[in-house]
Design a protein around this ligand. Structure first.
Ligand code: GAR
Length: 208
């Protein structure tokens, strides 16, 4: 049983998709051990509590500087004895110490097809605004392992989503979530928890 911790700081719809998939038995071998947020009062923490999952807030504002906050976040994660960390709408860079300690054990969902529309400054709605601004016809989502560079680690799963005439960033964001993110994030967790994902250099090999 993999002890999974989810780092989420927003609406928590990806967190909800994971919870639903675990409860429905589509994701197996997983115990959702904790949800950790860097912001108090967010919907993601509420969703955790509603499903009996431990909710933890490491409020960035309570620390005098970034290193102190990073230390507290690292300590909070380590205390939970987690096997896998899932970034589901966690908008800040993960402390390097944590990335090294959890080498190939942190995954992230990004709302575009990496290597397009990713890297520093590309998060949340900004990604969809950039997609519409560029006029690409296809976008999607990516689940990948996290390394020290934004949106850079080995890719686990991707799913394409059509961009349609008249899309606003909000409409496109919703379609990318529904058709891609909420499917591939739980699926990636299931594959990892069942030993189906191997990292080989800068890529992964998936046994489906
Ligand atoms: C999701 O679209 C996720 O892919 C994105 O933020 C949203 C969070 O929604 N993450 C990033 O942009 C990270 N670079 P949620 O809180 O409802 O899951």
């Amino acid at each position: 049983m993999l002890r999974v911790g989810i780092l989420a700081a927003g609406g928590g719809t990806n967190l909800q998709a994971i919870i639903d998939a675990v409860e429905a038995g589509a994701v197996t071998n997983v115990q959702l051990a904790a949800v950790i947020s860097n912001k108090p009062g967010v919907k993601a923490l509420e969703r955790a509590r509603a499903h009996g999952i431990k909710d933890i807030c490491v409020d960035m504002k309570e620390y005098k500087d970034r290193p102190e906050f990073e230390c507290a976040l690292t300590a909070a994660v380590e205390k939970e004895n987690l096997d896998l960390l899932v970034l589901a709408g966690f908008m800040i860079m993960i402390p390097e110490e944590l990335v090294h300690k959890y080498n190939n054990r942190i995954i992230n969902v990004h709302p575009a097809l990496i290597p397009s529309f990713c890297g520093k400054g590309f998060y949340g709605l900004k990604v969809h605004e950039a997609v519409l601004e560029k006029g690409v016809r296809v976008t999607g989502a990516t689940v990948h392992f996290v390394d020290e560079v934004y949106d850079n680690g080995p890719i686990i799963l991707q799913k394409a989503v059509e961009v349609k005439n008249g899309d606003t960033p909000e409409i496109l964001q919703r379609r990318v979530m529904e058709e891609a993110e909420w499917q591939i994030l739980p699926r990636a967790i299931h594959l990892i928890a069942n030993g189906k994902v191997r990292v080989e250099g800068s890529k992964t090999r998936i046994e489906e």
